[in-house]
Design a protein around this ligand. Structure first.
Ligand SMILES: Cc1cc2nc3c(=O)[nH]c(=O)nc-3n(C[C@H](O)[C@H](O)[C@H](O)COP(=O)(O)O)c2cc1C
Length: 346
C-alpha cells in the first residue's frame, strides 16, 4: 500500500522517519531506535553551522552533536541551522564529503528564541522564501550528490501560513525532500498538528517527496496518515521517546501484518540499561547519569506507576542507584508481586 520514499538516489524503506530532537536524538538514543528496527531514516539533533565552523573547528573537534556519526550505520541525516548561505554550504560540504552522512537537512522550523529571534534562523526564515531558496541552493550545490532536505513549519503564525510558497522555494532550489511539521512557529508545540494543511502542500511539489510530521503516536495513526493525507512519508518525534519500538510496530501495521507487542518489562529493562551504557560511553558517568533521567522518565510515560518511578529516577545520581531503581520497576521475570514492578503490569 505504501511505497518506499526516494530522497535523491536514497531509498527510505519504510517511509517512517525519526524526527530530529535537540537534547534527545543523540548517538545513544539513535542506537536504541535502530535496534528495535522499523525506522527508515534517523536524524541527529540540529546544530549550529556557525558554531561548527567558528568554535568546533578552532579546537579541531567535531561538535558534540556529531559524536558517533562517522561510525554509525547509514542512512543517517544530520540537521544544521543558520541563515548564511555560504557558511551553511561549507558546513554542508564537510558533512557530506568528510562525515559521509546520507542527507544534510536544513532547519527552517525551530521557533526557540535563540535560533529564531536572536539568530534570525530556523522558523524566522519562513517569512523569507527567497532566502530559504538561496540557502538550499548553496548547500545543495556544496553537498552534491548527497541530498539536501528541508524541515519547515506551516508558517510563522496563523496569519502567515505560506508553506506552499516555501515548498516551491525548496524544490526550485534543488532540495531533495520537504518535511512539514503541521503547526506554525507561533504554536510552538501547542494545539494539534494540522494534517489538512500539510496535505495542501502536495500539489505544489512536482519532483520531491513530502513528509508529514506532528502528533503521530501509534501504529494506527501512521496508517491513517497515509490513508487520509497526501504525503509520501511520516516523521515521528515525541512518541518515539516514550516507545522507541513504535517504528517496528508502525511498519508492521503499514504492511497489514499483526502488530508486534510492546517489549516485555524484562526486555525494556535491558533496553534501559543498554541506553544508559551508551549515554555514559559518550558523556561519562556523571553527565550520562543526569541525562538518563529524562530518557527514563519518557519510557515510563503513560504507564501505571509512572509517577513513583519518575519521582525516583529523576533524582538518580549514580549508576548503582539507577540499576537498583530499574531492577525494582522493570523486573527480570514478569510476575505480579508486591514489588513496585507490579504496578506496571497491566
Ligand atoms: C525536545 C524537542 C527537541 C526538538 N528539536 C528539534 C530539532 O533539533 N530540529 C527540528 O527540526 N525539530 C526539533 N523538534 C521538533 C520535532 O522534530 C517535531 O517536529 C515535533 O516534535 C512534532 O513532532 P511530534 O509530534 O512527532 O513530536 C524538537 C521537538 C522536541 C519535543
Amino acid at each position: 500500500m505504501v511505497r518506499p520514499l526516494k530522497i535523491g538516489s536514497l531509498v527510505i524503506d519504510p517511509p517512517i522517519l525519526l524526527a530530529p530532537m535537540a537534547g534527545f536524538t543523540n548517538y545513544a538514543f539513535r542506537q536504541v531506535v535502530r535496534r528495535y528496527g522499523g525506522v527508515g531514516l534517523l536524524a541527529t539533533e540540529m546544530f549550529s553551522a556557525r558554531g561548527f565552523l567558528e568554535i568546533d573547528s578552532r579546537y579541531d573537534r567535531p561538535p558534540e552533536r556529531l559524536w558517533g556519526v562517522l561510525d554509525e550505520p547509514r542512512p543517517l541525516a544530520t540537521q544544521i541551522w543558520d541563515n548564511n548561505p555560504a557558511l551553511m554550504a561549507e558546513v554542508g560540504r564537510q558533512l557530506a564529503h568528510e562525515f559521509h552522512v546520507s542527507i544534510v537537512d536544513i532547519n527552517f522550523g525551530c521557533p526557540v528564541t535563540d535560533v529564531a529571534e536572536k539568530a534570525h534562523s530556523g522558523s524566522y526564515l519562513l517569512r523569507y522564501p527567497d532566502r530559504i531558496a538561496q540557502i538550499v541552493a548553496a548547500v545543495a550545490n556544496a553537498c552534491s550528490p548527497t541530498p539536501v532536505t528541508a524541515k519547515i513549519r506551516l508558517g510563522a503564525c496563523h496569519d502567515t501560513i505560506n508553506a506552499c510558497d516555501v515548498a516551491q522555494a525548496v524544490e526550485g532550489a534543488g532540495g531533495a525532500a520537504l518535511t512539514v511539521h503541521g503547526r506554525t512557529a507561533a504554536d510552538m508545540l501547542r494545539g494539534s498538528a494540522d494534517w489538512e494543511e500539510i496535505s495542501r502542500i502536495k500539489p505544489y511539489l512536482h519532483r520531491i517527496p513530502l513528509i508529514g510530521n506532528g502528533d503521530i503516536s501509534t501504529p494506527q495513526t501512521v496508517v491513517e496518515a497515509f490513508q487520509r493525507y497526501d504525503i509520501d512519508g511520516v516523521m515521528i518525534g515525541r512518541a518515539a521517546l516514550n516507545r522507541p519500538w513504535l517504528f517496528r510496530q508502525a511498519q508492521a501495521a503499514l504492511c497489514g501484518e499483526p502488530i508486534p507487542p510492546d517489549p516485555s518489562l524484562a526486555e525494556q529493562r535491558e533496553m534501559l540499561i543498554e541506553h544508559f551504557r551508551l549515554l555514559t560511553e559518550q558523556f561519562g558517568q556523571q553527565q550520562g547519569t543526569v541525562l538518563m533521567r529524562k530518557f527514563a522518565c519518557c519510557y515510563a510515560n503513560g504507564r501505571p506507576g509512572a509517577r513513583a518511578f519518575r519521582a525516583k529516577v529523576s533524582k538518580v545520581a549514580s549508576a548503582q542507584e539507577f540499576y537498583s531503581i530499574v531492577e525494582d520497576y522493570f523486573p527480570r521475570k514478569e510476575s505480579v508481586t508486591e514489588s513496585p514492578a507490579s504496578v506496571f503490569i497491566v
